[in-house]
Structure formats: C-alpha cells, structure tokens
Design a protein around this ligand. Structure first.
Ligand code: 13P
Ligand code: SF4
Length: 315
C-alpha cells in the first residue's frame, strides 16, 4: 500500500472504531500529521486521561502508552510497535528501585515519567520535563528525595533548585550522546541563534544552552522569540512541528562527523504508518496491566497531575 492509502485507511478505521491517535513530537512526520493530538509527555498524559474514545492508539513509546492505560484503564490502549522502548525506562526495574530505596529510609521517590509502570508503582510522585522543576520546588525544602531514572534531568533540577536529590544512574542515550563541543562550534558559526536544549542532555551541553525545556516548552520559546534562527538540541522529530508552526524561522541541528543527524531515537521511529494501520485494524499490540499495578502506578501520576493543576502548570 502507498502512504496515501495507509493514511486513508487509518482515518477510516479511526472513525469506524471511535479511536483517538495520540502522537509524540518525536514520531515520524506522517504519524504526527495524522494524529488527533501531538504533544509532550505531560499534554499527552492529560489527553489520555480525558478522552472518551473507545480506543487510544498511542504513537510514542511503551512507557507513554502504559501511562495512558493507567490513567484511563477502561479504554483499549494500542501501541503500533510494542518494542518501542526507551533507554531510561530500561535502566531501572521496579525491583532495582525497591532495593535502592532500602539504602535511603525516609526519602521520597520522584520518578521521571520515562519509566515502567513497575517503577511508577514504587514512586511517590511522577514528573515530566514540563513540570519537574516546579513540582520539586513545591516540596518542603527539608524533604529528602531520590530521583529516578534520569541523572541528567535530576542533575539539572538539583542545580536549578539547590537540592541534593540522590540520582539513579540512567540516561536517555539519544540526548546524552550530544556533545557540548559540537554545540559550541555551531554557536560560533551562528552567533545570532540561541541554543535550545532538552534537559535530558548532559550537564556540559546544558551549560552552553540559552534555553532548556521540554519539547512543548521549546516550541513555546521559539513562538515567542523575536530571533529568526535557533540551534535545536533534541530529537530530530520535533523539527516537523517547529517548521510547521514557524515557517519564517530557521532551525540548525547538531550533526555528527558524517553530517547525518545523530539525534534520532530509534525507539520513537519504530512506529510506522504500516504498523499504525495494522494495529488499528487488528487491535493489537494492546497494553495490558493488572488491576493492582494500575492502582499502584496511578497514585503518583494522578498526584503529579493534581499538583500541576494546583501550581497552574496545566489546566
Ligand atoms: P517531552 O516531550 O515530555 O519533553 O519528553 C521528551 C522525551 O524524551 C520523550 O521520550
Ligand atoms: Fe527514551 Fe530518549 Fe527515546 Fe525519549 S528520546 S524515548 S527519553 S531514548
């Protein structure tokens, strides 16, 4: 089938089955263009929670689809490629975190949403890159915290808030691989362009960045800025929305020696139009979790959403 044929069939099946397609900004362009909602992890979790569609097709990675299932368990949640994982989610299991916690009695566990349902079930509060700093700042200043699984995001929050959270040693292999040296070179070549980076990048990269934020926060920054050119330090999929919303602006990306974009998440790119079509047609792969796991993992996610509303981060 051609891309156009897949597109038409996906739209037909979506209507017939009362399904909603949620897509992350790092998905391939064709999927973003077809999605009912495209957003960052926080916005997509909210959409998943409030949708009344019978089927949620989550075009993102496994932990995102799990989060959708946890927030809206009566819906059927599908993920076009069930192997679409995440290096952060893989860096820490529920059992790992349970063991780790034993070394730190009295500590609260805050986990980045990029983790499995099991890790969420072991956590007291979940955060995303869109709300992490504000949520952590709102906790009592003497509250001791374990932050899992992203040491880069956790380190960034420690520097921003002056906290000394104990960090799990996980990284997003895509963002962590980006090097400050390449960014400094780009900065020299393009002195008019601010560097905008995702907080999953390593500390050296963040130190040379002008703006740090979630995918949505980067888009907001560009929309409001009077600058015309930007050095974008995150996964390449976001360029689709950046260019679409800002046709008059130019985006410079970090490339490796061979000149190809090294900031590509192979997990995010596992979902294709063909897999999306087959998943809607056959209603598989489906995300299933035990009722007990849903109940335990929901608590820290719902707490995150409630706190985010109270703090005015989301509506
Ligand atoms: P956000 O879109 O929430 O910034 O997340 C980035 C990411 O790496 C998702 O896997
Ligand atoms: Fe995980 Fe990084 Fe890929 Fe996001 S970009 S899904 S954090 S590996």
């Amino acid at each position: 089938m051609t891309s156009e044929e897949y597109r038409k069939e996906i739209l037909r099946l979506k209507k017939e089955k009362n399904a909603v397609i949620l897509g992350h900004y790092y998905q391939i362009e064709e999927i973003q263009a077809l999605s009912d909602y495209v957003g960052d992890s926080l916005a997509l979790a909210q959409e998943a929670q409030r949708t009344d569609a019978d089927i949620i097709v989550f075009c993102g990675v496994h932990f995102m689809a799990e989060t959708a299932k946890i927030l809206n368990p009566s819906r059927k949640v599908l993920l076009p490629d069930v192997n679409a994982s995440c290096s952060l989610a893989e860096s820490c299991t529920g059992a790992d975190l349970r063991e780790f916690k034993k070394q730190y009695p009295g500590y609260m566990v805050v986990s980045y949403v990029n983790c499995s349902a099991e890790v969420k079930a072991e956590s007291d509060l979940i955060c995303t890159s869109g709300n992490a700093e504000k949520l952590i700042n709102s906790l009592p200043s003497d509250q001791k915290i374990i932050f899992s699984p992203d040491k880069n995001l956790g380190g960034y929050i420690n520097r921003q808030t002056g906290r000394e959270m104990v960090l799990w040693n996980g990284v997003c292999t895509v963002h962590d691989a980006l090097e400050a040296e390449s960014i400094l070179k780009l900065k020299q070549q393009n002195p008019d362009a601010p560097v905008i980076a995702h907080p999953e990048c390593n500390a050296a990269v963040l130190a040379v960045s002008d703006f740090i934020g979630s995918t949505k926060a980067m888009l907001n920054y560009i929309a409001k800025s009077d600058k015309k050119r930007f050095i974008v330090v995150t996964e390449a999929g976001i360029l689709y929305e950046m260019k679409k919303s800002n046709p008059d602006k130019e985006f410079i990306t970090v490339s490796n020696e061979e000149g190809c974009s090294c900031a590509e998440c192979s997990y995010m790119k596992m979902n294709t139009l063909e897999k999306l079509y087959k998943c809607l047609r056959d209603e598989t792969p489906e995300i299933t979790l035990s009722a007990d796991m849903i109940e335990r993992a929901a608590k820290p996610i719902v707490r995150m959403l409630d706190m985010s509303r109270e703090l005015g981060i989301i509506k």
